[in-house]
Write a protein that binds this ligand. Sequence first.
Ligand code: ZN
Length: 302
Amino acid sequence: MLNGSPNYLVRAAAHGGLVRAFAVNATAVVAEIRNRHNTEPAVTAALGRLATGALLFGAMLKEPGHLVTIRIAGNGPAGVLLASANGAGEVRGLVAHPRTEVDQVRNGKLNVSGVVGTQGRLTVTRDLGMRSPYVGVVELVSGEVGEDLAHYLASSEQTPSAVGIGVFVRATGDVEAAGGYMIQLMPGVADSVAAGIEARVRELPHPTTMLRQGDAPEDVLARVFHDGFELLARTPVRFHCPCSRERVDRALLLLGETALLEILEQDAPRGVTEVTCEFCGEQYVIPSGEIQRLAAAAAERA
Ligand code: ZN
């Protein structure tokens, strides 16, 4: 039903710029991540929430080429989850273990904290094109992802934020809806304004309930800002992995001559080496002659 709805993100401001707001429909994006990683439902929800969060964080970047990566290393069986988005609305993600032995549903909800874990760390890395990236780390508070991201914003970046993120997975395992919102209070916002916004956010239906009712991202914000808001940007969002044969070659080169010669020997019977991108599943088949050439180039560099 929602797979036809356009996937895009809106960035908005209200109350003279003292309140920032973001909302996104990422249904098709999360569906593609699920298909590429063949995740079970609870992991689909966990990784989908993280990818949606990365898109919302990406909307705070100033330049399209800037990058934000959110990594969760929890004590659950899914292992490390990672999502990376740029300022142009492109996102990709990966999970160490797409399938676990955990009950997928608990108390009528997808068991996200059961696969992520309730203890561990959330790390946000912002690459703003400077010499070194900006990195912030917090402990997980629930392993439900949305709460953990809100906790990060409040404690690591001192920005009180309401974060609502959801992924609705059908019984078949398909993604029916995915998206969310993020509302941030800037310093100087009046207490009465903050209280009014907090009350309306608390009354909001679940993000996927709104999406499944047909709400566009603007409609979600209109439920919070009864006096209106200023739409600053509307950006299409999509799954995109920037991997390429050239990047694979560069990564192989970094392994060095010894490791490349080992790969060459190991793959000699087949005459090719296969490299799979862990973000998108793309397979690169590299003839042994090319590995030999890279080994020679690595030797020259050393
Ligand atoms: Zn890739």
